[in-house]
Design a protein around this ligand. Sequence first.
Ligand SMILES: NC(=O)c1ccc[n+]([C@@H]2O[C@H](COP(=O)([O-])OP(=O)(O)OC[C@H]3O[C@@H](n4cnc5c(N)ncnc54)[C@H](OP(=O)(O)O)[C@@H]3O)[C@@H](O)[C@H]2O)c1
Length: 299
Amino acid sequence: MSSEQPCRSADTVRFTAVIGYPLAHSISPRFQQPAFDHLGFAVRYVARETPPEELPAFLHELRGPQWLGVNVTVPHKEAVAAAVDDLSTEARLIGAVNTVRKAGDRLIGHNTDAAGFLRGLTDAACNPQGVTALILGAGGAARAVAVALLQAGARHVTVANRTVRRAERLVATLAASFDAARLAAGPLQAEAVRPALRGAGLVVNTTTVGMAHGPAADDSPLAAALLALLPPGALVYDLVYNPAETPLLRAAQRQGYRTQGGLPMLIYQGAASFELWTGQSAPVELMLAHGRQAMAERG
Ligand SMILES: NC(=O)c1ccc[n+]([C@@H]2O[C@H](COP(=O)([O-])OP(=O)(O)OC[C@H]3O[C@@H](n4cnc5c(N)ncnc54)[C@H](OP(=O)(O)O)[C@@H]3O)[C@@H](O)[C@H]2O)c1
């Protein structure tokens, strides 16, 4: 928990922000600010678009007393992990920071994506202990999901990625901290993923396929015929949160599988950041309602 308490109303306003580049897509201010307001904290949460060349200057500014901490998004998560004074266990294992909290003027890097992902899994009544999982994608989100599952006791995790070398690199990195027998990597191609699908209780999409406004917005990372290889009762979890119902989730629902979308994880990782900054329980239901409202307004 944070070593400093943020000031209450009537005290000097302090700042938190989400930093990234570009930032137009971020709904974090829409659900973080109401949480601070609800609990009476004199804190402003802003979106601070930060081009990579401005990151060092921002991190210097962040050490000042006016800052409570920040959320970090693409493309800065790895750069911030390398720049902070200390890292949480999760942030070290994931190699990326999505939350910075302050300890005096020191910057402590955390990664709440793993906790947010697991809370979304719990909502969907999926116990990660002993599960066999297939992760689609091998970027930053895949790393957080893999670490979360392995820490939570998953039996086996396969990482399948369009660029197979990236999946192999991710698994090799994870094998330094977890039993290599629990891990496998392969290409995101029909022949390669078939065996993993047949034995999986959980499939997690961490690719950008199906994401609104992305290059593959109308696509699913898995063809419907492949999805049908999953055992009955399997959970299909898509980290994409815009749209709420991706082509992958629609196909999974049509075939009778359980599904979970990415919005709860987004809110839960933000709620965990809020708790690191304030030392208080986040008003999660309120944050969820504001997050849903923000997405609905985007249409
Ligand atoms: N719900 C949440 O809280 C939450 C949190 C974090 C991330 N996310 C979402 O997760 C997604 C990934 O984020 P990230 O930070 O991991 O991004 P990233 O590091 O850029 O990774 C992107 C991944 O998508 C794959 N990919 C991109 N286009 C593809 C295509 N046409 N076909 C197959 N694979 C493709 C990439 O494969 P290659 O390696 O082959 O390029 C890579 O594995 C985003 O949609 C993001 O919004 C959600």
